[in-house]
Design a protein around this ligand. Structure first.
Ligand SMILES: C[S@@+](CC[C@H](N)C(=O)[O-])C[C@H]1O[C@@H](n2cnc3c(N)ncnc32)[C@H](O)[C@@H]1O
Length: 327
């Protein structure tokens, strides 16, 4: 992870790129960041090489208390009775990360990677102008955005109304670190890697099979199950890569199989271990487990302390059941 001070000149370029990149439901409400008070070089930045930089707001807080120094606000002042006039600014400060919208082609790609359906419960953590929630709601999902900035929440609700999903797209004004989203089946993020890392234990404790999709930023040693990008041809010029993780079942420990004792060591979705004297290599995709031991290939479904599936050796396939016997 690279972190360094953002230079003002870079920011100017970045902001214009991001302003172009931002498209879809909220763009008509977006001002140029160059005119935004407090949106300049005080920001800290993190981003992969070559990409414009998403910034956190740490540089605008005092190190000891976390409070903002006088004159630096997290959000622009509310206009009483005139929320319709509120125009967010790309790069404006947020609680833990600035607002930069995900380009609409990548929103579409992220929801496609998540295989989002109307049966899903979707949360966008730090929902900005609500574009991901609005898109998910249009696809019939039960979708909620969590956003700290009340003006962005009001804007999201207005945009959802305009887009015909005012009664189904939900927006919660709150802190993503204090909001319970553990019942979600799909989580989308456009945060920084250190914020993803802070969320990672909660995400890993969610139901196996839950899909987590992040715009650009990764999850440390938890490798993505899939990475895809949209291109300039698709209408995306910055922040065009998405990563998908599928929450793996927890299988580390000892299992009894008809073929002997299976000892599994789990590192996120990757498995190593032994079955009797044979070394084991395997992986998880949600609750689906596959592993190879010697010349036998096991595939199955994890359900708590039981795995049921099939084992193939050469040309013969037979069912198997494994039972957890220890951690
Ligand atoms: C980079 S923007 C992404 C917006 C949206 N998810 C998207 O992809 O277009 C991050 C958003 O997170 C919000 N945010 C930052 N810290 C937050 C926190 N602790 N709780 C809730 N929202 C937060 C910011 O206000 C900003 O709107």
């Amino acid at each position: 992870m690279h972190r360094g001070h953002l230079r003002a000149a870079t920011l100017g370029l970045l902001v214009s790129i991001l302003s172009v990149a931002g498209c879809g439901s909220g763009d008509e409400a977006t001002e140029s960041a160059e005119s935004a008070p407090g949106s300049s070089g005080q920001l800290l930045a993190e981003a992969p090489a070559q990409a414009p930089q998403l910034a956190d707001t740490a540089g605008s807080r005092t190190a000891t208390t976390g409070a903002r120094p006088p004159g630096v606000s997290a959000t622009r002042p509310r206009l009483p009775g005139k929320t319709d006039a509120y125009k967010p600014v790309v790069g404006q400060a947020g609680k833990d990360v600035v607002w930069v919208p995900t380009p609409q082609p990548l929103v579409d790609k992220m929801l496609e990677m998540a295989s989002l359906t109307r049966n899903d419960i979707h949360f966008d953590l730090g929902s900005g102008d609500g574009r991901t929630v609005i898109t998910a709601a249009k696809r019939g999902a039960n979708s909620t955005g969590v956003e700290y900035n009340p003006d962005m929440v009001a804007l999201s609700k207005r945009l959802a109304q305009q887009e015909g999903v005012g009664s189904t797209a939900k927006f919660v004004e709150g802190d993503i670190f204090k909001t319970d989203f553990r019942h979600a089946t799909v989580v989308t993020l456009f945060l920084l890697s250190d914020l993803n890392l802070k969320l990672r234990p909660t995400l890993l404790d969610m139901k196996p099979g839950t899909r987590v999709v992040s715009n650009t930023f990764t999850m440390g040693e938890w490798k993505p199950d899939q990475t895809q990008a949209v291109t300039e041809k698709d209408g995306c010029t910055a922040y065009c890569t998405a990563h998908l993780w599928i929450v793996p079942a927890k299988v580390g420990g000892k299992w009894r199989l008809p073929d002997g004792e299976l000892q599994l060591t789990q590192t996120f979705q990757e498995l190593t271990g032994t079955l009797g004297a044979s070394p084991v290599q395997g992986s998880l995709r949600g609750d689906q487990i596959t592993f190879v031991a010697g010349n036998a290939q096991y595939t199955g479904r994890v359900n708590g302390n039981t795995v049921t599936g099939r084992v193939t050796t050469g040309s013969s396939t037979r069912p198997f059941t494994a039972t957890r016997i220890g951690s």
